[in-house]
Design a protein around this ligand. Structure first.
Ligand SMILES: Cc1cc2nc3c(=O)[nH]c(=O)nc-3n(C[C@H](O)[C@H](O)[C@H](O)COP(=O)(O)OP(=O)(O)OC[C@H]3O[C@@H](n4cnc5c(N)ncnc54)[C@H](O)[C@@H]3O)c2cc1C
Length: 485
């Protein structure tokens, strides 16, 4: 059996390895000269900037890819658990160190609002129930038939999946600061906490189950380890070439055509590239039924991301590895991003400082950072050639005031990525950061199917498919593939 995987994000690499373990002849094709997709790495003057994922959860999903071939993960990668998972900073300057230490968690919650301690414990218990169903039981189940979805509906209703994550959290927690903190998880997978189905409340428990890890040398080191493994087990890698057409005949896959006009035959094509872009650009349009076209049209896309990478000539030792800083008007700000699709100065941001844990990420006595700001996706028509520098200045001003004094004069290396990079380089529709949004009407059966309904031998893994975005999600999508191919 010959299988081609298009794209080398975490989902594509996991799919290639899982197919190889089933004795397929596997070719993985990546547009860029380097692997990783959203997890690519940018190295500049001694700084190592991980492009995307930094918070590593459910490490067993990575480790089992090595174990498929009887290899020891520790010979390829080194994952370290973090003590403080996130430092939250609120607009009034109050800090909260979020971790797996439940006593510390309750102590800090008590300081903010004593009556929320009990609610927090109840919330954790409820998210365990969601986790048991939504992750343990369903994350790697193929949802390509309506019956599979129908069977799950009663349980999902019992778990209040019709509620949003914010509304679920608010039913247990009274204080607005704590509500924001405990409902922010959808933002990690491209959703608005006010509209994302409460199934994604399972992330709160998933973090508690396995902790939050950091990959020494950066997340890129996991990609390097997986690339080494792919070479060892005989997966053919074609880098620096884009697939421009998926070839099929009588609704059956025959192969792909590359940008150098070369054609490669295959029995299966597994797309790790963003499904909406694949269906629109790589497949012949006449194959799509009216029902499928409607499904595509109704999809709502995740937010865009403005990511500013910078290195400083001094170290900011009191800044944690992961910091989340909330703006003032949270709900209104999210409404501007997701619905009104306009920029707003009252930004919330996530600051990554890997050199807090790993000195190899920056030159001696320097610090390495990226700051991620959710922004509207490119449905907004924002001209990033004009707005990019303004956004960078705004973020530096905000960080100088809240966290990094005299930042501007200490920056020695910097660059930024906007939704244009995600659209033009990573081929995602509207430059969305995480493909389609994780709403109830776009989850499981309602998401892009792992086994395409329009062509035999065509499959999908990655953020736009079941179960969804985030490294654990896309690695699980490759496990779904394992069951259906
Ligand atoms: C800034 C940022 C921070 C994040 N932080 C975290 C985090 O801390 N923790 C976490 O779990 N998740 C995080 N995520 C989400 C996570 O990174 C993604 O959901 C996940 O990595 C996506 O993987 P994927 O398998 O969908 O593929 P992608 O990473 O989207 O890769 C798809 C690949 O396909 C290639 N491609 C596309 N079209 C073609 C073509 N025609 N021919 C050849 N190749 C093609 C692209 O070049 C790309 O390499 C973050 C995402 C971003 C952007």
């Amino acid at each position: 059996m010959k299988s081609i995987v298009i794209g080398s994000g975490f989902g594509g690499i996991a799919a290639a390895l899982r197919l190889k373990a089933k004795n397929h002849y596997v070719t993985l094709i990546e547009k860029h000269p380097d692997l990783g997709g959203r997890a690519r790495v940018f190295k500049k003057n001694g700084f190592t900037f991980d492009g995307g994922p930094t918070v590593i959860t459910a490490p067993y999903l990575i480790e089992e890819l090595f174990e498929l071939f009887d290899k020891r993960p520790g010979d390829y990668i080194k994952l370290t658990p973090l003590k403080t998972w996130y430092r939250f900073i609120f607009e009034d300057g109050k800090k909260f160190d979020y971790s797996g230490d439940e006593d510390q968690m309750k102590k800090q919650i008590k300081e903010i609002n004593e009556e929320d301690v009990k609610g927090y414990q109840e919330l954790v218990k409820f998210t365990k129930k969601i986790f048991d169903k939504g992750f343990t039981e369903l994350a790697d189940v193929p949802f390509d038939k309506p019956l599979v979805m129908m069977k799950q509906l009663p349980a999902l209703l019992k778990l209040k999946s019709y509620k949003s994550v914010y509304s679920l959290v608010s039913s247990y927690i009274k204080n607005e600061k704590l509500r924001r903190m405990l409902s922010m998880h959808p933002l990690l997978v491209g959703g608005n906490p006010f509209t994302t189905t409460s199934i994604y409340g399972l992330i709160l428990y998933l973090e508690k189950k396995w902790g939050i890890h950091y990959s020494m040398g950066g997340t890129g080191n996991i990609i390097n380890g997986l690339e080494k493994l792919m070479n060892e087990v005989g997966i053919e890698l074609i880098k620096g070439h884009e697939v421009i057409n998926i070839i099929s005949s009588n609704n059956k896959i025959e192969g792909v055509k590359l940008d150098n006009q070369k054609e490669i035959e295959a029995d299966n094509v597994v797309c790790n590239a963003d499904p909406p872009a694949v269906y629109e650009k790589l497949l012949s349009k006449k194959k799509n039924s009216a029902l499928f076209k409607w499904k595509q049209k109704r999809m709502e896309y995740s937010m865009g991301l403005f990511v500013y990478y910078f290195g400083t000539k001094k170290t900011y030792d009191d800044v944690e590895h992961h910091t989340i800083k909330f703006g003032d008007k949270y709900k209104e700000h999210l409404d501007d991003i997701f619905n009104k699709k306009k920029l707003n100065n009252d930004i919330s941001y996530y600051l990554h400082r890997p050199s807090a844990t790993d000195k190899s990420m920056a030159p001696k006595d320097h610090d390495c950072f990226y700051v991620l700001v959710p922004v509207p996706n490119n449905q907004s028509k924002i001209d990033w050639a004009i707005e990019g520098d303004k956004m960078k200045d705004l973020i530096i001003d905000k960080m100088e005031k809240a966290l990094l004094p005299n930042l501007r004069e200490n920056i020695v290396e910097d660059f930024y990525l906007t939704p244009d990079y995600f659209e033009n380089e990573l081929n995602t529709k509207y430059g969305s950061g995480f493909s389609i949004q994780p709403k109830f009407t776009q989850s499981a059966y309602f998401r892009f199917h792992n086994k395409s309904e329009i062509c035999e031998g065509l499959y999908f893994v990655g953020a736009g498919t079941h179960p969804g975005a985030g490294v654990p999600g896309v690695l699980s999508s490759a496990k779904v593939l394992d069951k259906i191919i």
